[in-house]
Design a binder for this molecule. Structure first.
Ligand code: NAD
Ligand code: MG
Length: 362
Protein backbone atom coordinates (compact mmCIF):
# COMPACT_ATOMS: atom_id res chain seq x y z
CA UNK A 1 0.00 0.00 0.00
CA UNK A 2 1.20 3.51 -0.78
CA UNK A 3 0.09 6.62 1.03
CA UNK A 4 -0.06 10.14 -0.34
CA UNK A 5 -0.90 13.18 1.74
CA UNK A 6 -2.95 15.96 0.18
CA UNK A 7 -1.66 19.09 1.94
CA UNK A 8 -4.45 21.54 2.68
CA UNK A 9 -3.58 22.86 6.15
CA UNK A 10 -6.23 21.67 8.62
CA UNK A 11 -8.13 20.01 5.77
CA UNK A 12 -5.17 17.78 4.79
CA UNK A 13 -5.93 14.11 4.25
CA UNK A 14 -4.30 10.87 3.11
CA UNK A 15 -5.00 8.79 0.02
CA UNK A 16 -4.26 5.08 0.53
CA UNK A 17 -3.64 3.19 -2.70
CA UNK A 18 -3.22 -0.58 -2.76
CA UNK A 19 -4.70 -4.05 -3.03
CA UNK A 20 -7.32 -5.60 -0.78
CA UNK A 21 -8.17 -2.31 0.91
CA UNK A 22 -11.98 -2.66 0.91
CA UNK A 23 -11.64 -5.23 3.67
CA UNK A 24 -9.75 -2.64 5.73
CA UNK A 25 -12.55 -0.06 5.65
CA UNK A 26 -13.51 -0.60 9.30
CA UNK A 27 -9.90 -0.60 10.46
CA UNK A 28 -9.29 2.64 8.57
CA UNK A 29 -12.34 4.22 10.21
CA UNK A 30 -10.87 3.34 13.59
CA UNK A 31 -7.45 4.62 12.61
CA UNK A 32 -9.04 7.95 11.68
CA UNK A 33 -10.83 8.19 15.00
CA UNK A 34 -14.31 7.90 13.56
CA UNK A 35 -16.82 7.01 16.27
CA UNK A 36 -18.83 3.79 16.01
CA UNK A 37 -21.69 5.49 17.87
CA UNK A 38 -22.96 7.30 14.78
CA UNK A 39 -24.28 5.46 11.72
CA UNK A 40 -22.44 5.54 8.39
CA UNK A 41 -24.20 6.08 5.04
CA UNK A 42 -22.67 4.29 2.05
CA UNK A 43 -23.67 5.81 -1.31
CA UNK A 44 -23.01 3.71 -4.40
CA UNK A 45 -24.48 3.12 -7.84
CA UNK A 46 -26.21 0.03 -9.20
CA UNK A 47 -22.91 -1.39 -10.48
CA UNK A 48 -20.70 -0.74 -7.50
CA UNK A 49 -23.48 -1.73 -5.06
CA UNK A 50 -23.78 -5.15 -6.68
CA UNK A 51 -20.04 -5.68 -6.77
CA UNK A 52 -18.64 -4.13 -3.59
CA UNK A 53 -21.27 -2.86 -1.14
CA UNK A 54 -21.44 -6.07 0.87
CA UNK A 55 -17.65 -6.14 1.37
CA UNK A 56 -17.57 -2.57 2.66
CA UNK A 57 -20.59 -3.13 4.93
CA UNK A 58 -19.04 -6.30 6.37
CA UNK A 59 -15.69 -4.63 6.98
CA UNK A 60 -17.43 -1.83 8.88
CA UNK A 61 -19.71 -4.15 10.83
CA UNK A 62 -16.75 -6.22 11.98
CA UNK A 63 -15.46 -3.12 13.74
CA UNK A 64 -18.84 -2.29 15.25
CA UNK A 65 -20.04 0.38 12.83
CA UNK A 66 -23.73 0.57 11.88
CA UNK A 67 -24.39 1.25 8.22
CA UNK A 68 -27.18 2.37 5.92
CA UNK A 69 -26.90 2.37 2.17
CA UNK A 70 -28.31 4.27 -0.77
CA UNK A 71 -27.71 3.33 -4.38
CA UNK A 72 -28.42 5.39 -7.51
CA UNK A 73 -28.71 4.41 -11.19
CA UNK A 74 -25.31 4.37 -12.93
CA UNK A 75 -24.30 7.44 -14.92
CA UNK A 76 -24.15 11.19 -15.00
CA UNK A 77 -27.96 11.59 -14.81
CA UNK A 78 -27.74 10.62 -11.14
CA UNK A 79 -26.00 13.84 -10.13
CA UNK A 80 -29.24 15.67 -9.32
CA UNK A 81 -30.81 17.57 -6.45
CA UNK A 82 -33.67 15.07 -6.51
CA UNK A 83 -31.33 12.18 -5.70
CA UNK A 84 -29.51 14.31 -3.14
CA UNK A 85 -32.85 14.73 -1.39
CA UNK A 86 -33.51 10.96 -1.57
CA UNK A 87 -30.10 10.32 -0.02
CA UNK A 88 -30.89 12.76 2.78
CA UNK A 89 -34.16 10.91 3.40
CA UNK A 90 -32.20 7.69 3.85
CA UNK A 91 -29.71 9.51 6.09
CA UNK A 92 -32.48 10.90 8.31
CA UNK A 93 -34.27 7.57 8.53
CA UNK A 94 -31.04 5.86 9.51
CA UNK A 95 -30.41 8.48 12.20
CA UNK A 96 -27.22 10.01 10.81
CA UNK A 97 -26.01 12.79 13.10
CA UNK A 98 -23.25 15.40 13.11
CA UNK A 99 -20.62 12.76 13.91
CA UNK A 100 -21.71 10.49 11.06
CA UNK A 101 -19.80 9.77 7.87
CA UNK A 102 -20.89 9.48 4.25
CA UNK A 103 -18.91 7.02 2.12
CA UNK A 104 -18.76 7.35 -1.69
CA UNK A 105 -18.35 3.86 -3.12
CA UNK A 106 -18.01 4.31 -6.86
CA UNK A 107 -16.68 6.45 -9.66
CA UNK A 108 -16.74 10.21 -10.04
CA UNK A 109 -20.51 10.38 -10.27
CA UNK A 110 -21.03 8.76 -6.89
CA UNK A 111 -18.06 10.72 -5.49
CA UNK A 112 -19.54 14.06 -6.52
CA UNK A 113 -23.07 13.25 -5.34
CA UNK A 114 -22.06 11.62 -2.04
CA UNK A 115 -19.56 14.40 -1.40
CA UNK A 116 -22.27 16.99 -1.82
CA UNK A 117 -24.56 15.04 0.50
CA UNK A 118 -21.74 15.05 3.08
CA UNK A 119 -21.08 18.77 2.49
CA UNK A 120 -24.70 19.77 3.04
CA UNK A 121 -26.23 17.27 5.49
CA UNK A 122 -26.45 19.16 8.81
CA UNK A 123 -24.17 21.78 7.18
CA UNK A 124 -21.40 19.28 6.65
CA UNK A 125 -20.39 15.89 8.04
CA UNK A 126 -17.42 13.57 7.48
CA UNK A 127 -16.77 12.18 4.05
CA UNK A 128 -14.74 9.13 2.95
CA UNK A 129 -14.07 8.27 -0.67
CA UNK A 130 -13.70 4.74 -1.96
CA UNK A 131 -13.05 5.35 -5.67
CA UNK A 132 -13.71 2.42 -8.00
CA UNK A 133 -12.78 3.93 -11.36
CA UNK A 134 -9.43 5.19 -12.68
CA UNK A 135 -11.00 8.50 -13.58
CA UNK A 136 -11.97 8.94 -9.94
CA UNK A 137 -8.28 9.42 -9.01
CA UNK A 138 -8.98 12.89 -10.32
CA UNK A 139 -12.15 13.50 -8.31
CA UNK A 140 -10.57 12.06 -5.14
CA UNK A 141 -8.23 15.05 -4.92
CA UNK A 142 -9.38 18.62 -4.59
CA UNK A 143 -12.63 18.47 -2.68
CA UNK A 144 -14.91 19.67 -5.46
CA UNK A 145 -18.32 18.07 -4.98
CA UNK A 146 -21.44 18.87 -6.93
CA UNK A 147 -24.66 17.91 -8.65
CA UNK A 148 -25.86 19.08 -12.06
CA UNK A 149 -28.66 21.47 -12.99
CA UNK A 150 -30.60 20.83 -16.22
CA UNK A 151 -28.92 23.95 -17.64
CA UNK A 152 -25.36 23.36 -16.41
CA UNK A 153 -23.06 20.61 -15.19
CA UNK A 154 -21.57 20.72 -11.65
CA UNK A 155 -23.22 24.09 -11.01
CA UNK A 156 -24.64 23.31 -7.56
CA UNK A 157 -21.75 22.32 -5.36
CA UNK A 158 -19.23 22.98 -2.65
CA UNK A 159 -15.65 22.38 -1.60
CA UNK A 160 -15.66 19.54 0.93
CA UNK A 161 -12.47 17.58 1.57
CA UNK A 162 -12.68 13.91 2.55
CA UNK A 163 -11.23 12.54 5.82
CA UNK A 164 -9.38 9.98 3.74
CA UNK A 165 -9.48 8.18 0.40
CA UNK A 166 -9.27 4.40 0.22
CA UNK A 167 -8.26 3.40 -3.30
CA UNK A 168 -8.51 -0.38 -3.65
CA UNK A 169 -7.10 -1.16 -7.09
CA UNK A 170 -8.64 -4.64 -7.03
CA UNK A 171 -11.99 -2.97 -7.73
CA UNK A 172 -10.67 -1.70 -11.06
CA UNK A 173 -10.58 -5.27 -12.44
CA UNK A 174 -14.32 -5.22 -13.07
CA UNK A 175 -14.24 -1.96 -15.04
CA UNK A 176 -15.08 -2.16 -18.76
CA UNK A 177 -11.85 -1.70 -20.75
CA UNK A 178 -13.22 1.45 -22.35
CA UNK A 179 -13.56 3.01 -18.87
CA UNK A 180 -10.01 1.91 -18.03
CA UNK A 181 -8.60 3.58 -21.13
CA UNK A 182 -10.63 6.75 -20.67
CA UNK A 183 -9.61 7.01 -17.01
CA UNK A 184 -5.96 6.65 -17.96
CA UNK A 185 -6.33 9.68 -20.21
CA UNK A 186 -6.63 11.92 -17.10
CA UNK A 187 -3.66 10.12 -15.52
CA UNK A 188 -1.60 10.93 -18.62
CA UNK A 189 -2.86 14.53 -18.46
CA UNK A 190 -1.30 14.87 -15.03
CA UNK A 191 2.04 13.83 -16.54
CA UNK A 192 1.64 16.20 -19.47
CA UNK A 193 0.94 19.25 -17.33
CA UNK A 194 3.55 18.76 -14.62
CA UNK A 195 5.91 15.81 -14.82
CA UNK A 196 7.80 14.96 -17.99
CA UNK A 197 9.33 11.76 -16.58
CA UNK A 198 5.93 10.48 -15.55
CA UNK A 199 4.46 11.25 -19.00
CA UNK A 200 7.19 9.18 -20.66
CA UNK A 201 6.81 6.48 -18.02
CA UNK A 202 3.11 6.24 -18.95
CA UNK A 203 4.00 5.75 -22.60
CA UNK A 204 6.53 3.03 -21.79
CA UNK A 205 4.08 1.25 -19.46
CA UNK A 206 0.91 1.58 -21.52
CA UNK A 207 0.36 -2.14 -21.97
CA UNK A 208 0.96 -2.88 -18.28
CA UNK A 209 -1.51 -0.19 -17.30
CA UNK A 210 -4.13 -1.39 -19.76
CA UNK A 211 -3.69 -4.90 -18.35
CA UNK A 212 -4.14 -3.45 -14.83
CA UNK A 213 -0.77 -4.66 -13.62
CA UNK A 214 -0.91 -3.91 -9.88
CA UNK A 215 2.51 -2.38 -9.43
CA UNK A 216 2.17 -0.14 -12.49
CA UNK A 217 -1.34 0.91 -11.53
CA UNK A 218 -0.43 1.82 -7.96
CA UNK A 219 2.49 3.88 -9.24
CA UNK A 220 0.39 5.63 -11.91
CA UNK A 221 -2.48 6.48 -9.57
CA UNK A 222 -0.01 7.69 -6.94
CA UNK A 223 1.80 9.95 -9.40
CA UNK A 224 -1.45 11.19 -10.98
CA UNK A 225 -2.95 12.02 -7.57
CA UNK A 226 0.36 13.61 -6.55
CA UNK A 227 0.38 16.06 -9.44
CA UNK A 228 -3.21 17.02 -8.79
CA UNK A 229 -2.58 17.40 -5.09
CA UNK A 230 0.45 19.65 -5.63
CA UNK A 231 -1.62 21.89 -7.90
CA UNK A 232 -4.63 21.92 -5.59
CA UNK A 233 -2.49 22.56 -2.50
CA UNK A 234 -1.18 25.70 -4.15
CA UNK A 235 -4.60 26.86 -5.33
CA UNK A 236 -7.43 25.13 -3.47
CA UNK A 237 -10.19 27.45 -4.71
CA UNK A 238 -9.22 27.78 -8.36
CA UNK A 239 -7.87 31.29 -8.49
CA UNK A 240 -5.19 30.69 -11.11
CA UNK A 241 -2.85 27.66 -11.11
CA UNK A 242 -5.66 25.12 -10.82
CA UNK A 243 -6.74 26.10 -14.33
CA UNK A 244 -3.82 24.07 -15.76
CA UNK A 245 -5.75 20.92 -14.79
CA UNK A 246 -8.04 21.84 -17.68
CA UNK A 247 -5.52 20.88 -20.37
CA UNK A 248 -7.57 19.35 -23.19
CA UNK A 249 -10.86 20.29 -21.56
CA UNK A 250 -11.79 23.31 -23.70
CA UNK A 251 -12.08 21.24 -26.87
CA UNK A 252 -12.96 18.11 -24.86
CA UNK A 253 -16.03 19.60 -23.19
CA UNK A 254 -17.26 20.94 -26.52
CA UNK A 255 -16.89 17.49 -28.11
CA UNK A 256 -18.79 15.87 -25.25
CA UNK A 257 -21.58 18.43 -25.56
CA UNK A 258 -21.92 18.14 -29.34
CA UNK A 259 -21.57 14.35 -29.48
CA UNK A 260 -24.19 14.08 -26.73
CA UNK A 261 -22.98 12.77 -23.40
CA UNK A 262 -22.28 9.08 -23.83
CA UNK A 263 -20.89 8.83 -27.36
CA UNK A 264 -17.52 10.02 -26.11
CA UNK A 265 -16.47 9.28 -22.55
CA UNK A 266 -14.93 12.25 -20.74
CA UNK A 267 -11.42 10.82 -20.89
CA UNK A 268 -11.78 10.05 -24.60
CA UNK A 269 -12.93 13.60 -25.34
CA UNK A 270 -10.11 15.24 -23.41
CA UNK A 271 -7.49 13.01 -25.08
CA UNK A 272 -8.58 14.50 -28.40
CA UNK A 273 -8.63 17.91 -26.70
CA UNK A 274 -5.02 17.47 -25.56
CA UNK A 275 -3.99 16.63 -29.13
CA UNK A 276 -5.82 19.79 -30.25
CA UNK A 277 -4.05 21.91 -27.61
CA UNK A 278 -0.67 20.45 -28.67
CA UNK A 279 -1.38 21.24 -32.33
CA UNK A 280 -2.42 24.83 -31.49
CA UNK A 281 0.72 25.18 -29.41
CA UNK A 282 2.97 24.08 -32.27
CA UNK A 283 1.18 26.46 -34.64
CA UNK A 284 1.90 29.23 -32.13
CA UNK A 285 5.61 28.50 -32.20
CA UNK A 286 6.39 25.65 -29.81
CA UNK A 287 8.58 22.77 -31.03
CA UNK A 288 6.94 20.06 -33.16
CA UNK A 289 7.91 17.49 -30.51
CA UNK A 290 5.14 18.71 -28.23
CA UNK A 291 2.63 17.37 -30.73
CA UNK A 292 4.43 14.23 -31.93
CA UNK A 293 5.14 12.98 -28.41
CA UNK A 294 1.60 13.74 -27.21
CA UNK A 295 0.20 11.80 -30.16
CA UNK A 296 2.58 8.92 -29.52
CA UNK A 297 1.49 8.65 -25.88
CA UNK A 298 -2.23 8.56 -26.65
CA UNK A 299 -1.65 6.10 -29.49
CA UNK A 300 0.17 3.80 -27.08
CA UNK A 301 -3.06 3.64 -25.07
CA UNK A 302 -5.30 3.14 -28.07
CA UNK A 303 -7.07 6.40 -27.32
CA UNK A 304 -8.47 8.05 -30.41
CA UNK A 305 -6.74 11.23 -31.47
CA UNK A 306 -9.21 12.39 -34.15
CA UNK A 307 -12.58 14.09 -33.81
CA UNK A 308 -15.45 11.88 -35.02
CA UNK A 309 -15.99 13.12 -38.58
CA UNK A 310 -19.77 13.51 -38.27
CA UNK A 311 -19.49 16.20 -35.58
CA UNK A 312 -20.15 19.63 -37.02
CA UNK A 313 -17.27 22.13 -36.69
CA UNK A 314 -19.55 25.14 -36.15
CA UNK A 315 -21.44 23.34 -33.39
CA UNK A 316 -18.15 22.44 -31.72
CA UNK A 317 -17.00 26.06 -31.97
CA UNK A 318 -20.19 27.46 -30.52
CA UNK A 319 -20.14 24.91 -27.69
CA UNK A 320 -16.62 26.12 -26.90
CA UNK A 321 -17.56 29.80 -26.94
CA UNK A 322 -20.55 29.10 -24.77
CA UNK A 323 -18.39 27.16 -22.33
CA UNK A 324 -15.53 29.60 -21.93
CA UNK A 325 -14.87 33.29 -21.51
CA UNK A 326 -13.41 34.85 -24.63
CA UNK A 327 -12.42 38.25 -25.86
CA UNK A 328 -13.10 39.48 -29.36
CA UNK A 329 -11.42 37.07 -31.78
CA UNK A 330 -9.39 35.15 -29.17
CA UNK A 331 -9.88 32.40 -26.62
CA UNK A 332 -8.23 31.30 -23.39
CA UNK A 333 -6.43 27.96 -23.70
CA UNK A 334 -4.12 25.83 -21.60
CA UNK A 335 -1.30 24.99 -24.01
CA UNK A 336 1.67 22.63 -23.63
CA UNK A 337 5.05 24.35 -23.83
CA UNK A 338 6.95 21.11 -23.57
CA UNK A 339 6.09 17.64 -22.30
CA UNK A 340 5.39 18.18 -18.59
CA UNK A 341 4.90 21.95 -18.88
CA UNK A 342 1.86 24.03 -19.73
CA UNK A 343 1.01 27.71 -19.98
CA UNK A 344 -2.24 29.62 -19.83
CA UNK A 345 -2.73 31.57 -23.08
CA UNK A 346 -5.32 34.29 -23.22
CA UNK A 347 -4.84 35.19 -26.86
CA UNK A 348 -5.37 32.08 -28.97
CA UNK A 349 -7.00 33.20 -32.25
CA UNK A 350 -10.44 31.67 -32.71
CA UNK A 351 -9.55 31.13 -36.37
CA UNK A 352 -6.64 28.87 -35.32
CA UNK A 353 -8.89 26.87 -33.01
CA UNK A 354 -11.39 26.38 -35.84
CA UNK A 355 -8.65 25.36 -38.26
CA UNK A 356 -7.41 22.84 -35.68
CA UNK A 357 -10.86 21.36 -35.12
CA UNK A 358 -11.29 20.98 -38.89
CA UNK A 359 -7.88 19.38 -39.24
CA UNK A 360 -8.55 16.87 -36.44
CA UNK A 361 -11.66 15.67 -38.21
CA UNK A 362 -9.61 14.19 -41.04
P1 NAD B 1 -18.94 6.99 -13.27
O1 NAD B 1 -18.91 7.24 -11.84
O2 NAD B 1 -20.22 7.18 -14.00
O3 NAD B 1 -18.38 5.51 -13.58
C1 NAD B 1 -18.32 5.05 -14.90
C2 NAD B 1 -19.10 3.74 -15.06
O4 NAD B 1 -18.36 2.68 -14.44
C3 NAD B 1 -20.47 3.73 -14.40
O5 NAD B 1 -21.34 2.99 -15.20
C4 NAD B 1 -20.22 2.98 -13.09
O6 NAD B 1 -21.38 2.34 -12.61
C5 NAD B 1 -19.20 1.98 -13.52
N1 NAD B 1 -18.30 1.50 -12.47
C6 NAD B 1 -17.72 2.23 -11.50
N2 NAD B 1 -16.85 1.49 -10.83
C7 NAD B 1 -16.89 0.26 -11.36
C8 NAD B 1 -16.20 -0.95 -11.11
N3 NAD B 1 -15.22 -1.00 -10.20
N4 NAD B 1 -16.49 -2.03 -11.85
C9 NAD B 1 -17.43 -1.96 -12.85
N5 NAD B 1 -18.11 -0.85 -13.14
C10 NAD B 1 -17.83 0.25 -12.41
O7 NAD B 1 -17.88 7.93 -14.03
P2 NAD B 1 -16.39 8.36 -13.75
O8 NAD B 1 -15.75 8.38 -15.08
O9 NAD B 1 -15.73 7.60 -12.66
O10 NAD B 1 -16.57 9.85 -13.22
C11 NAD B 1 -17.16 10.85 -14.00
C12 NAD B 1 -17.72 11.90 -13.09
O11 NAD B 1 -16.67 12.42 -12.28
C13 NAD B 1 -18.32 13.10 -13.81
O12 NAD B 1 -19.58 13.38 -13.26
C14 NAD B 1 -17.36 14.23 -13.50
O13 NAD B 1 -18.01 15.48 -13.43
C15 NAD B 1 -16.81 13.81 -12.18
N6 NAD B 1 -15.48 14.37 -11.88
C16 NAD B 1 -15.33 15.11 -10.76
C17 NAD B 1 -14.11 15.64 -10.46
C18 NAD B 1 -13.94 16.43 -9.19
O14 NAD B 1 -12.91 17.04 -8.99
N7 NAD B 1 -14.91 16.41 -8.31
C19 NAD B 1 -13.00 15.42 -11.27
C20 NAD B 1 -13.19 14.64 -12.41
C21 NAD B 1 -14.43 14.12 -12.70
MG1 MG C 1 -11.59 16.07 -16.47
Amino acid sequence: MRELRVELEERSYPIYIGEGLLNETGAMFEKHGITAKSPVLIISDENTAGLYLRRVEDALKQKGYRTASYSVPAGEQSKTLALLQDAVTVALEAGLDRSSTVIALGGGVVGDLAGFVAATYMRGIRFVQIPTTILAHDSSVGGKVAVNHPLAKNIIGAFHQPDFVLYDIDTLKTLPIREVRAGLSEVIKHGLIWNEDFAYWCEANASKLLALDSEALIYALYEGCKVKSIVVSQDERENDLRAILNLGHTIGHALEAVAGYGELLHGEAIAIGMIGAARISVKMGQPQDVLTVTERIFNAFGLRTAIPAHLDTDSIMSAMMHDKKFKEGTMVFILPKAIGKVEIHKDVPISLVKETVDFLKQ
